[in-house]
Design a protein around this ligand. Sequence first.
Ligand SMILES: [Mg+2]
Length: 225
Amino acid sequence: MKAWTVLFDIDGTIMTSSHAGTNAMAQTAKELFNVDKIAPLKVHGRCDRGILTDLLNSLGVSYDQHHQEFCRRYYRNLPESLERNEGRLLPGVHALLQRLHATDNVALGLLTGNLKKAAQIKLQYVGVDHFFTFGGYGDHSPDRNVVAAQAVESAKAALQDSFCSKKVWVLGDTPNDIRCARSIEAKVVAVETGGGTSQELRAAKPDLLLPNLENCQVWIDSLSS
Ligand SMILES: [Mg+2]
């Protein structure tokens, strides 16, 4: 049987960290450029590549010249920021991941705007990194649709003949997650645990809209086909 590919967003879907990422970016900016405060950053549903470009532009410094050193320090600052901001799994996520991981015809991957290394740090922090073996990340493009295409390529490489482009679900918390899922012709579960309001999410027409991932038995059952 062809596998279902289930692609998870991270922030607001798997975990909440009350801006641990942006706080770690602000701390990194302070260390590197001696600025006490950074301009407010739009982060929900966006890719780190775009967020970092905006941040470095707002500081008047070149992305090409500084992003490597910035990221190196950001990765070092992130664990402490997760600790300080009480990063934690959202309701129902651990049980859902365990359940899906144990299901033969389901493969778990990531579709996240996080830089790959930052995604690993965040998932390790909340103890669920081992569930994911492939994914698309926000390192190279500010466009989430590009990340979605990368996630599909990564799933194809991992699953080979078991991959089926018509059997892909995306789980996310913002209208951008829903839009990028449509760009790869995936179905979408939207959850109201992150950056999108119920109204915004409904307007973006997900296949399923849930308050959180605690009670999704009906959806899990649908994956047995
Ligand atoms: Mg999110």
